[in-house]
Design a protein around this ligand. Structure first.
Ligand SMILES: [Zn+2]
Length: 312
């Protein structure tokens, strides 16, 4: 068996471009400027960079990077592929410092890579959790420090106002998680999240927090445990618990502490995306390291940037 790391696209720039082009242009080379398919040719001048094509329709040059997460990056494509594989195959994620050392790039380049790759981890799915009438667990956790101004009316005494807040939903049947960074924990904030992500047929599982009580009435069932009294499984019905989402949070917190020691509140949503991705594509869900890298790569090539710049 040969090592995956010996694949040519990890070492040879032309092979790396061929690999990415084969995926992005599987149905023909598309000019990103005018949209014409299959009417372009490779530029082969001595000083021409690898991967530059010229469109015969609009006469503009372009590369496969335009409109993708690779856009306006000077990092070699083979290093992008190495980074994607490293990030996807490490169980707990990989720090920017580690990536910088392993790939031999600057810390700034490592930051750019990891943030863009995280962008590709967003699965963008909008399907509802709990459509099968199964249990959906919802819980919140506090992490790091939120140095922004304290929201008006937030009580000091609660002790959490200065921390960032993450609400996570776990569909117990599919084993998938979806997490959202929120500014405040209250019914008004949580309602739209639960409303948009959880099917009415679902059995909602939470703790006893008051903000879930009214929202809970929207669903087929609302079960809760009395965490305040130290009960983590409902005494009358042992399917009522939030242990799955608690398990997700313990991975999330360990990862955030161990790898990403300091995370600015404004970047937290990116890390949350990464932990959702890792959790949803974990071994227990039938995804191995190579498959996870493949899924991430599909996210990378399938993700069009929401902003457009003309650089290629
Ligand atoms: Zn064109």
């Amino acid at each position: 068996m040969t090592s995956i790391l010996s694949a040519p696209y990890f070492h040879d720039e032309q092979a790396a471009y061929d690999f990415i082009e084969g995926r992005i242009w599987a149905n023909g080379r598309v000019c990103p400027k005018c949209g014409v398919i299959g009417e372009s040719g490779k530029l082969n001048g001595k000083s021409t960079r690898i991967g530059v094509y010229k469109c015969y329709a609009c006469r503009k040059p372009f590369t496969v990077k335009v409109g993708t997460v690779f856009e306006s990056s000077h990092i070699p494509m083979r290093l992008w592929l190495q980074a994607i594989f490293l990030i996807a195959s490490s169980k707990k994620g990989i720090s920017t410092n580690q990536l910088q050392r392993t790939l031999g790039i600057t810390i700034k380049a490592a930051w750019f890579l990891t943030h863009r790759i995280r962008e590709a981890m967003k699965d963008g799915s909008v399907d509802m959790f709990g459509v099968d009438g199964g249990a959906v667990e919802v819980d919140e956790t506090f992490i790091g420090r939120d140095f922004r101004k304290k929201p008006k009316g937030e009580k000091r005494g609660r002790g959490f106002y200065h921390k960032s807040k993450v609400v996570s939903l776990v569909d117990r049947s599919t084993g998938r998680a979806r997490s959202i960074v929120v500014d405040r924990l209250r019914a008004k904030t949580l309602y739209p999240i639960l409303n948009a992500n959880i099917a009415r047929e679902a059995r909602l599982m939470t703790d006893e927090a008051s903000y879930y009580q009214t929202i809970g009435k929207m669903f087929a069932q609302h079960g809760w445990t009395l965490h305040g009294q130290g009960n983590y499984v409902n005494r009358k019905d042992n399917t009522i618990h939030t242990n799955t989402v608690e398990g997700f949070f313990s991975i999330f917190k360990r990862g955030m502490k161990g790898i990403y020691q300091h995370c600015n509140h404004n970047h937290l949503h990116r890390y949350v995306t990464e932990f959702d991705f890792r959790y949803n594509n974990r071994a227990a869900n039938g995804v191995d390291d190579v498959q996870r890298a493949e899924i991430l790569l599909r996210g990378v090539v399938g993700k069009r940037l929401t902003y457009r710049t003309v650089a290629c």
